[in-house]
Design a protein around this ligand. Structure first.
Ligand SMILES: *Cc1c(COP(=O)(O)O)cnc(C)c1O
Length: 369
């Protein structure tokens, strides 16, 4: 067997042995016991988002997180609608890419990767451009780990009576989000991020009365969020097409373990401790975090390359993998960076061991020069 390693990446991430174990049983995709699990998952997701069953519905959709974003954008923006996308990283950019491919009229507001989207600028655009019907943005921009001001942005969108779409892929389940109170219309996340399941589907917490208007809008047959919702409601937990049964069962286990851990607040504190320990020890090893602490999320941290002739990310990556850790390359064009995730079944002690390994890599290159 291949050597196991801890995934210090923002999904897929390190899952517990118990989450992996429940995947050993094969489930029938339209069996009642299985469908009951699906319904229970949908209801637990609404609870996690503080959204009521009367006003919201949780709709899972097969595929990775991007499939959920594409299903949402492609289903909820009507033919005569116009989308505004706020961009400060690759995942915001991906929402625009989806609009381009699907031929959806849109415009963008672009900010630097270390800058928060500006609510005042958003306010001006919404005031001037009355054609805009929907606004989409990313909560934690995983490109850098920056945490965008969810409440402020949604407040401006709702003040102008537009529909709010949030890609909360890498934050939902890892920090409290009051979906209904904030007035978020669509919040998208996936199985393999802060809820700590394995990859295979995404889900959309949707404002039911908004989604009810979206019949026949979808630009894709399989990524039709409205239809998926209708079938799932009418047939009590049946997915339209083959569902990722093992992944769904594992996700249910992951949700139970989230409750067992003490809920989202507890998980958030663990991630915060992980991240603070990471930055402290990485700084001791000579690395500088790319973002200032006040905009940094607890989920993933970007570090600048070490200013040393012998530093090589590839060598560091191989060195750490040999010691049982996998980290993440960077995704910025102007600065040489790499990323380390602090979500998943990892604790401060794991982070400390990781940083010890990073330090010994640094000692090695210093000795060689
Ligand atoms: C992980 C992630 C996605 C989805 O990526 P997939 O590779 O399709 O799972 C989308 N947005 C953000 C912010 C993410 O972190």
């Amino acid at each position: 067997m291949e050597k196991p390693y801890l995934l210090l990446t923002p999904g897929p991430l390190t899952t517990t042995a118990s989450v992996k174990e429940v995947m050993l049983k094969d489930w029938c995709t339209w069996d009642d016991d299985y469908k009951m699990i699906v319904q229970e998952i949908r209801s637990m997701l609404l609870q996690l988002g503080h959204a009521s069953e009367e006003k919201y519905t949780a709709v899972p959709i097969q595929g990775s997180g991007t499939f959920g974003v594409e299903a949402t954008i492609g289903t909820v923006v009507p033919k005569d609608g116009k989308l505004l996308v706020l961009i400060n990283g690759a995942y915001g950019q991906r929402i625009q890419d989806i609009a381009v491919v699907l031929g959806i009229p849109h415009r963008t507001l672009v900010f630097a990767p270390d800058q928060l989207p500006d609510s005042a600028q958003l306010n001006t655009v919404l005031e001037q451009d009355t054609e805009i019907t929907h606004v989409a943005f990313v909560h934690c921009e995983t490109t850098t780990g920056i945490l965008n001001p969810l409440e402020d942005i949604v407040k401006v969108i709702k003040m102008h009576g537009r529909t709010a779409i949030v890609d909360a892929m890498s934050s939902f389940g890892g920090t409290p989000i009051a979906v209904e109170m904030l007035g978020i219309d669509y919040l998208i996340s996936s199985a393999n991020k802060c809820i700590q399941g394995v990859p295979g589907f995404s889900f959309v917490l949707s404002n039911s009365s908004e989604l009810a208007k979206c019949k026949g809008n979808a630009r894709s047959l399989s990524l039709d969020l409205y239809d998926q919702w209708q079938v799932m409601d009418k047939e009590a937990g049946k997915w339209r097409f083959t569902s990722p049964t093992h992944v769904v069962r594992a996700f249910y286990q992951a949700l139970l373990e989230l409750v067992e851990e003490g809920g989202v607040e507890q998980r958030h504190s663990r991630y915060v401790s992980n991240q603070q320990t990471l930055v402290r020890l990485m700084e001791q090893a000579g690395f500088k975090a790319f973002l200032p602490a006040d905009v940094q999320s607890p989920f993933i941290t970007t570090f600048e390359y070490l200013d040393h002739d012998l530093f090589s990310f590839e060598a560091l990556y191989r060195f750490l993998k040999e010691k049982g850790f996998v980290i993440y390359p960077g995704k910025l064009s102007e600065v040489q960076v790499f990323r380390i995730g602090t979500i998943g079944d990892v604790r401060e002690a794991d982070i400390a061991r990781l940083c010890e390994a990073v330090s010994s890599y640094v000692t090695t290159i210093q000795r060689e020069s």
